[in-house]
Design a protein. Structure first.
Length: 528
């Protein structure tokens, strides 16, 4: 191509790109507010005060709810992290894709680069997109990430313009941050090696040197010791890049705030996945001991602070009325998830605390899943029924919604809001619930599938759990998993705590729901 023509074309395209957000804002009646998803980790239904937690006070999350819509029947798609995160970004049930269970810290990128995500769809609508916090969806090619080189494919290849993340979880190596294809602060003379099958290097492990641990493990977590904490997986090298556990929230929040400030003049999408309140729970200094419920309660306060700071930033930039905030959690609660951190004792017997000058003593035991049975890992509702708050001041009328909704619905709903046309195969389990999210109707989904070990179908007041082999209880974490060789049927209206299995009384209902679940599996999609 002639050089001049190339230059003209290039500048024209550049100008178009520069103006994309502005054009998008003006397009035919669609709205392009900023969108922030604040995704907590392992936060249960009643772990916040606006959802009935009586022994915890989360004023910032409560305020978000009082300014927006509090959903009482919203679900993560699974009761563990990786599958729920897969679904919230892709609008596809994770059980449709093999290998999307709890991922190792060196797993390859689990979302195909040709799959539409909330981020890539919003890019198409002219948004600048960012991911900050906990990833846990794998990085790199099939053989796994090259920690010492360019880490790709990853979030940049599935729709995020920018990211700053921990690769997996706080308890999995490598304990380093990754930003746009690179480990942050990596000293090339001290390369990182990570392995999940065999020990590597000579750093001490929790198994061989329990005396070096400043936080003991209660189960697992006995591989390489990093910062005095035994982790899952072995690593060596990358010393200068290691994170400090007590400042993860501060670092991540700082990145989230910079992202908002840097992109305040364009529509932006921020996926802010806090590592709170996942184990190991090492809250920032200002929160230690403040909840009277041990490190788990203290991290809930830290999470609440993060929410408050994000809202404060938006307010200061006068963006609050032009920003949708979705606050939710990736799965239900767990107390002892592998470390001796006082969570069980703290929930059972909350210590007196002083709040606004008043001493609160004799606080009731904290029930993190509220009235629901089970928790993290479980197919009972405690596993997937989570807080879900949507705020957009001035547009969403504050209140409560009892609509049945899934986190997988965000893709279709935001596509509908911003005027992006999804193709038939995009977000195969994502329903357009934009009018539900905006509080215009309470007519939610007809049904949804929950994922624990077995799958369950929720439809109206009925919940059917398919027969599944496996232990009834995960004894390590003391949570009922809901495995049963017989079908289970619960009437959620009469029995929200799923105590009475009425399958034998309603064989036709069981049959109909089992068939329906099989059809949803076989069809490869559930969205019409
Ligand atoms: C489990 C870990 C648990 C947690 C979980 C993933 C052990 C004994 N337990 O295997 O501590 O890391 O995986 O949590 O290793 S999730 O929220 O990311 O799904
Ligand atoms: Ca989780």
């Amino acid at each position: 191509m002639n050089r001049r023509l190339y230059c003209i074309l290039f500048s024209f395209t550049g100008l178009m790109l520069l103006h994309l957000p502005v054009l998008a804002q003006k397009s035919n009646g669609n709205a392009h507010p900023n969108i922030i998803i604040i995704y907590a980790d392992d936060l249960g239904y009643a772990d916040v005060s606006c959802y009935g937690g009586k022994s915890i006070s989360t004023p910032n999350i409560d305020q978000l709810a009082s300014r927006g819509l509090l959903f009482t029947n919203a679900h993560a798609t699974a009761s563990t992290c990786t599958p729920s995160r897969f679904s919230i970004l892709t609008g596809k049930y994770a059980w449709r894709k093999e290998g999307t269970g709890i991922a190792r810290g060196n797993a390859h990128l689990l979302i195909d680069t040709n799959r539409v995500t909330v981020a890539s769809m919003l890019q198409q609508a002219g948004y600048y997109t960012g991911a900050v916090g906990k990833w846990h969806l794998g990085l790199g090619p099939l053989e796994g990430p090259d920690w010492n080189g360019i880490i790709a494919p990853g979030p940049n290849e599935i729709g995020f313009n920018h990211y700053f993340l921990m690769p997996a979880t706080p308890d999995r190596v490598p304990c380093v941050y990754v930003e746009d294809h690179h480990v942050v602060n990596l000293d090339p003379t001290d390369p990182i090696t990570v392995d999940y099958d065999h020990p590597v290097g000579n750093w001490p492990t929790g198994k061989d040197h329990p005396e070096l641990l400043k936080m003991k493990s209660s189960h697992g977590h006995d591989n390489t010791i990093i910062n005095g904490i035994g982790r899952i997986g072995w690593m060596t090298g990358g010393k200068a890049a290691l994170w400090t556990d007590s400042t993860i929230a501060e670092v991540m929040l700082g990145k989230a705030i910079s992202f908002i400030e840097d992109h305040k003049d364009h529509p932006f999408f921020l996926y802010f996945a806090s590592h709170d309140i996942h184990v190991p729970r090492v809250p920032g200094r200002q929160f230690v001991g403040k909840s009277g419920m041990g490190a788990r309660g203290d991290e809930i306060l830290e999470l609440d602070w993060e929410v408050g700071e994000i809202v404060k930033t938006l307010k200061n930039l006068q963006l609050l009325d032009n920003t949708i905030i979705v606050f939710s959690s990736d799965n239900g609660p767990v107390l002892d998830d592998g470390y001796v951190d006082g969570a069980v004792e703290g929930a059972l017997h909350p210590k007196p605390i002083t709040l606004k000058g008043k001493t609160l003593a004799n606080r009731p035991a904290h029930l993190p899943a509220g009235p629901y049975r089970g928790g993290k890992y479980s197919i009972f509702d405690g596993g997937t029924k989570v807080p879900f708050i949507v705020s957009w001041p001035g547009t969403i009328k504050p209140g409560k919604s009892n609509a049945l909704i899934s986190q997988a619905d965000l893709l279709s709903s935001f596509a509908s809001l911003t005027g992006v046309q999804l193709k038939a195969d995009d977000g195969p389990d994502s329903f357009d619930m934009i009018n539900v999210l905006l509080g215009k109707t309470e007519k939610g989904r007809k049904n949804l599938v929950e994922q624990g070990n077995p799958l369950a179908l929720v439809e109206g007041n009925w919940k059917y759990i398919e027969p599944h082999k496996g232990p009834k209880v995960n004894k390590n974490v003391n949570i009922e998993l809901g495995n049963d060789l017989n079908p289970q049927l619960y009437d959620l209206n009469k029995d929200p705590g799923e105590k009475n299995n009425v399958a034998s009384q309603y064989p036709d209902k069981v049959k109909q729901m089992a068939n329906e679940l099989e059809k949803i599996k076989a069809d490869g999609r559930s969205r019409e």
